[in-house]
Ligand binder design. Structure first.
Ligand code: 2P0
Length: 332
């Protein structure tokens, strides 16, 4: 046991970025523990941020959690409380916490807000509690709450690989490994109707393609990891788009359909760009937005074409960015 003995308020503030999966985590291993069924590979993005502050306060009688100024309740609040409770288990005089979190991009719409959110929350809670956990332990607690959040601890390119009853997250390559850009085409400000967790469960139970997806995902990850390390950007792009389409195709017969007409229009733009020799490969997560991989010499043409695509509300330019970091801590 370790942790603060004082009765004063202690806080920590963390900035974390979403990550987008190039090889997708989609499906969980049977049993407890939130272990992914598939290995995943991601880019942690600059350009989109979550800022989360956790203050442990001896005067509080319950946890108070706000996201974008709105008080959380129900399952969302319970997921946050799970993280706080796990941290409190390691503290001599546990206290309730005030948690406030802000995203500068749409929440819960397939832009990986839960990844940056639970990454920032976990690091802020552990830091505010004065605990000196190894990064791997902090990332593992985040992973148990929202698996993709374990990848946002790392800058550049990261992986999350199932390993028995757990999964380990690690950096694969630094952020300057490849000059990739990511054009995030925002197609809605609305929240998705089926959460990732519910979507995965439904697909695993009902899709006739699920077993084939899990088997494909392992192969795809391995080849993609190799292409990334070899800096084979062409093969990387092909594998990334194939992986995303395979994930979405697996959901269709189970009725888990995140793609919207706007999504398909953006995909069409991406294919047209490629046909004219412009490097552009698309990926979509549990929402209708499309993230397009570009290179420095394709960025301008791709940005213009994507911005002009009907249904695209705006395009955010991102690139491989930094891992989560504590930006302030101390006595409140
Ligand atoms: C990913 N997604 O690898 C995949 C691709 C969405 C599509 O990880 O249930 O919010 O909290 O562990 O991490 C979204 O799932 O799911 C996700 P939980 P999470 O990025």
């Amino acid at each position: 046991m370790s942790g603060p003995q004082k009765s004063s308020k202690r806080f920590a503030e963390v900035v974390a970025h979403p990550n987008i999966a190039l090889a997708k985590y989609w499906g969980k291993r049977a049993g407890e523990g939130n272990v992914p069924a598939t290995p995943s590979l991601s880019i942690t993005l600059s350009g989109l941020s979550t800022r989360t502050r956790v203050t442990f306060d001896p005067n509080l009688r319950e946890d108070k959690v706000t996201l974008g100024g709105r008080v959380l309740s129900g399952p969302a609040q319970r997921r946050v409380a799970f993280v706080l409770d796990e941290v409190r288990k390691d503290v001599v005089s546990p206290q309730f916490a005030e948690v406030s979190s802000e995203n500068d991009f749409p929440t819960a719409s397939g832009l990986a807000s839960s990844a940056s959110g639970f990454c920032a929350l976990t690091l802020a809670a552990v830091t505010a509690a004065g605990l000196s956990w190894e990064q791997s332990r902090v990332a593992d607690l985040a992973r148990r709450t929202s698996a993709s959040s374990a990848r946002s601890f790392f800058s550049g390119f990261a992986e999350l690989v199932p390993d028995g009853a757990t999964a380990r997250a690690a950096q694969i390559a630094p952020k300057d490994h490849l000059p990739l850009g990511v054009l995030v085409c925002v197609t809605t400000e609305e929240q998705k109707s089926v959460s990732s967790g519910d979507g995965m469960k439904r697909v695993a139970e009902r899709s006739p393609f699920y077993a084939a997806w899990v088997e494909f995902a392992a192969r795809s990850f391995k080849e993609m990891r190799g292409a990334l390390l070899e800096k084979n950007t062409l093969r990387l792009g092909e594998l990334v788009e194939e992986n995303a389409l395979a994930m979405h195709a697996t959901g269709l017969p189970a009725g888990v359909i995140y793609l919207k007409p706007e999504t398909l229009r953006v995909l069409e733009t991406v294919r047209t760009l490629r046909a004219s020799g412009v490097y552009a490969y698309a990926t979509m997560d549990a929402g209708p937005h499309v993230k397009v991989l570009v290179l420095p010499d394709s960025n301008e043409a791709a940005l213009a074409a994507l911005t002009a695509t009907p249904g695209v509300l705006r395009v955010i330019s991102a690139e491989p960015g930094d891992g989560a970091r504590v930006v302030a801590e101390g006595e409140a």
